[in-house]
Design a protein around this ligand. Structure first.
Ligand SMILES: [Zn+2]
Length: 485
């Protein structure tokens, strides 16, 4: 099996071939840090991190860059409104973004900032001016789109169509209405840096070209972002980079579709908080990941209370299966003193070999589920079908756990299957025992104590409470063991 990616550039699914074998260089346009991230912004954060995770799962060494736009019109406007300097405002929301992406378990990117790369950006623009691809006009610098015949390659539009399709304001400083700004002259009182064209700051598009080149090289493997960035942002990035280096900026261009928020009902129940941090106050991060990943990235998501509930229910089912499995494994291995676990490599070999005739049925099922998972992810990152494969593994696990006798090795193989899939999907709760687990352990202990002191009324009460919470108690020679229904 090989990985295929839908490339916006060619509008087809193509086999993925990295520039350098075994390595992937990937750039995704990051947030403009003037506010908290909205649930809609969490889609590229979670999805492209899953791409990064899957590439690593497949054995690639991935260098992943997501920039911070920490100076632009929106930041300047908000800084004026609040009377806070731009760097201070940016720093607040950068910290908030890092915290949110950590909570969403999507925090493994390198994050260069525009304001830390001004020198590289100026050098990039100077190179474009020098080779005739850009021109200065009244302290601003513009890209000369007429000098770049491939303009329109990403959005599949030609300049004439653009002329008719989009309202373009006449700007006398420009040679052509399609020309876009690379360097903006500073207005009085605005944040500024000196440049060969006078004081000013970079335009938006140029930052990504300059930072992708600096951190990843002239041509990168994958460039990603939301569909709204296809035009003009990515079109402009591609034009600038190729006009300077003579090489394409990226081999594969990937775009995720929008997340739509279903109207009033949603905003009422969640207050005004459609920011990730507000939603995280009442929802588990894994449930948000589930909502995002259970729709293919090239389809729109309709986000509402119902989808969040389904997300909670979905991760609950997967986690119950996994927790019960780990619990059974712990009990069995505690019984066997001096027992040593099989290495992950040995387990991977057993899973890979799961179709041999003498393999247990559950091992065959685990093997099939993992193969499905890989096949679906290889097909343009089909995360919804990959989640289905994880449910297949959970079903095989639940069935196996009903058996009177369980083999440690089979349990380990099932566990390893979960861990492999979850290294990409991130749907299993953190490994630390939850507060609820601790509460349940405490209740079981209290019940034992009640029985010892012949307080059977209390013991029954606790048993009923546990039953109501979906906890099943089993008396075994090794003591009480519990699992979720
Ligand atoms: Zn960008």
């Amino acid at each position: 099996m090989t990985l295929s990616i839908y490339n916006t550039l060619t509008r087809t699914k193509e086999e993925f071939r990295p520039i350098e074998p075994g390595k992937v260089r990937m750039y995704v346009c990051g947030p403009t840090v003037y506010d908290y991230i909205h649930i809609g912004n969490s889609r590229p954060v979670i999805f492209f991190d899953a791409v990064r995770r899957y590439l690593e799962f497949s054995g690639y060494d991935v260098k992943y860059v997501v920039n911070f736009t920490d100076v632009d019109d929106k930041l300047i406007k908000r800084s004026e409104e609040r009377g806070i300097p731009v760097p201070e405002l940016a720093s607040t929301y950068i910290q908030a973004f890092l915290k949110d992406s950590e909570a969403l378990r999507a925090d493994k990117a390198l994050h260069p900032r525009v304001t830390e790369n001004i020198e590289e950006i100026i050098a990039f623009i100077a190179g474009l001016v020098e080779n005739g691809s850009a021109y200065e006009s009244g302290g601003d610098v513009f890209f000369r789109t007429k000098a770049y015949p491939k303009y329109g390659q990403i959005s599949h539009k030609n300049l004439d169509e653009l002329q008719h399709g989009i309202r373009i304001e006449v700007d006398e400083r420009k040679e052509s209405p399609h020309d876009f700004v690379l360097w903006k002259k500073a207005k009085p009182g605005e944040i500024r840096w000196p440049s060969p064209w006078g004081d000013g700051r970079p335009g938006w598009h140029i930052e990504c070209s300059a930072m992708a080149a600096k951190y990843l090289g002239e041509t990168i493997d994958i460039h990603g972002g939301g569909e709204d960035l296809e035009f003009p942002h990515h079109e402009c990035e591609a034009a600038q980079s190729e006009a300077l280096t003579g090489k394409p900026l990226a081999r594969y261009w990937m775009h995720n579709r929008y997340l739509n928020i279903a109207g009033e009902k949603m905003s009422k129940s969640l207050g005004n908080g459609l920011s990730v941090r507000a939603i995280l106050q009442s929802a588990k991060p894994e449930a948000i990941r589930y909502v995002i990943l259970s729709t293919h990235y090239r389809n729109p998501i309709n986000f509402n209370d119902e989808s969040l509930k389904q997300g909670e229910a979905g991760v609950e089912r997967l986690n119950n299966s996994f927790t019960n499995l780990i619990h059974r494994l712990q009990i069995l291995t505690e019984e066997k003193s001096g027992w040593k676990p099989d290495s992950d490599e040995a387990l991977d070999a057993l899973i890979a070999d799961g179709n041999r005739d003498d393999a247990e049925e559950s091992v065959r099922e685990a093997s099939r589920a993992l193969n499905d998972f890989v096949a679906r992810m290889d097909d343009d990152f089909n995360t919804p079908d990959a989640i289905t494969a994880m449910f297949d593994l959970a079903a095989a696990t639940n069935k196996y756990l009903l058996a009177e006798q369980a083999s440690v090795q089979v349990l380990q193989i099932l566990r390893r299957g979960f861990e492999r899939m979850d290294s990409v999907l991130g749907l299993l709760y953190s490994a630390e025992p939850s507060a609820e687990d601790a509460e349940i352990e405490q209740l079981i202990e209290d019940r034992q104590e009640a029985r010892r002191t012949r307080n059977f009324g209390r013991a029954d009460e606790i048993r009923n409470e546990l039953t109501e919470r979906g906890i099943i108690l089993e008396d075994t020679p090794q003591g009480i063991r519990w699992r979720r229904k």
